[in-house]
Write a protein that binds this ligand. Structure first.
Ligand code: PCA
Length: 328
């Protein structure tokens, strides 16, 4: 009986093969929305991913990357992909915390101190996030971290009190909370607006990567950079699951292969760019300094407070990530 079933199933499958082949030969075009500018190492990696997909699928799938928020602004990208307005997108995970609290693990200060730690966190986050994104009809392609987040300031920071009243640039809900904890006033600005805001004196301090400081040429008003490695936020590249499922199986395989390669390449370039960027900041007269150990300690305590708040909002899934992160 079992055998008969199998034969019947095979017959059905065979009768569907021509349809599959017909589908496979219809080239698909994906729009991929990104909120970051073309010259960013993240976007360069994304463009390489698009070229790889096109080459590996012999143009069965073309991925058209629209950087710089030109299709959708950074905070709207996840929803746009979910709604099928575009087939794929790239967005920073910490910007998705409202929909996916687990993504917020990326911006808990002073938990992840190295690329190795960041990779360990990603390996624990990925399966859980994959399930949650699947419920929203999304599929993860890859993630790449920004270099470690350092502290920039127009004047020396020596005590926690020095943040009081400073205008701190923030880039999402989590960084706003951090600014509040420090007693600074948050000034929410997309990355592309950071340069002018600093030059016009609208921002006194910020926590972001050295790479972002270089891309925005923050020298001049910014005099100090503290390499505090506060967190390693990742950009996530993802697709609408229906769009992905509509691809021929062989094309799907190539997309995932190119995604794995993009992830590896992206992590390596993030690390290399991080080193270069700190030197560039210094070459433009920004002083690379260390915070006094007492302040470092206070910031650690603040990080713990932040993580308690986060665990409370996320619930048991938070421990599914942090228990193995800390104890294995
Ligand atoms: N650059 C982006 C996100 C994190 C980073 O290093 C920004 O500042 O918006």
């Amino acid at each position: 009986m079992k055998h008969l079933w199998k034969t019947a199933l095979c017959a059905v499958m065979v009768s569907h093969v021509p349809a599959l082949q017909a589908q496979a030969s219809a080239p698909a075009v994906w729009k991929l929305a990104s909120g970051y500018r073309t010259e960013s190492f993240q976007t360069e990696n994304l463009l390489q991913f698009a070229r790889d997909v096109e080459a590996a699928t012999r143009q069965q799938l073309r991925v058209e990357v629209s950087p710089n928020g030109s299709l959708f602004k950074l905070p709207e990208i996840r929803q746009a992909v979910e709604d099928g307005k575009v087939e794929a997108g790239e967005a920073i995970m910490t910007g998705m915390v409202q929909a996916l609290p687990l993504a917020g693990a990326d911006a808990i200060p002073f938990v992840v101190g190295s690329y190795q730690d960041a990779m360990r966190l990603w390996q624990l986050q990925r399966p859980v996030l994959e399930r949650q994104l699947a419920q929203r009809g999304l599929r993860i392609l890859y993630a790449v971290p920004w270099p470690p987040q350092g502290l920039y300031a127009t004047r020396p920071i020596k005590t926690a009190g020095d943040f009081k009243g400073l205008r701190m640039r923030t880039y999402n809900q989590t960084t706003v909370r951090i600014a509040e904890m420090l007693g600074a006033s948050p000034v929410d600005l997309p990355m592309a607006d950071v340069g002018p805001a600093i030059q016009d004196g609208r921002v006194d301090t910020m926590i972001t990567s050295a790479v972002t400081g270089v891309e925005n040429q923050v020298w001049g008003p910014i005099k100090y950079y503290y390499d505090i490695r506060a967190w390693f936020p990742k950009n996530l590249v993802f697709a609408n699951a229906r769009s992905f499922d509509a691809l021929a199986p062989a094309v799907q395989v190539q997309v995932l292969k190119a995604a794995t390669a993009a992830e590896q390449r992206g992590w390596a370039s993030s690390e290399a760019e991080a080193r270069k960027a700190v030197q560039t900041l210094q070459s433009h007269g920004i002083k690379l300094d260390r915070l006094p150990s007492e302040l470092e300690y206070e910031l650690q305590r603040m990080g713990e407070r932040f993580s308690r708040e986060w665990v409370r909002t996320v619930g048991h899934e938070a421990s599914a990530i942090f228990v193995p992160y800390y104890f294995h």
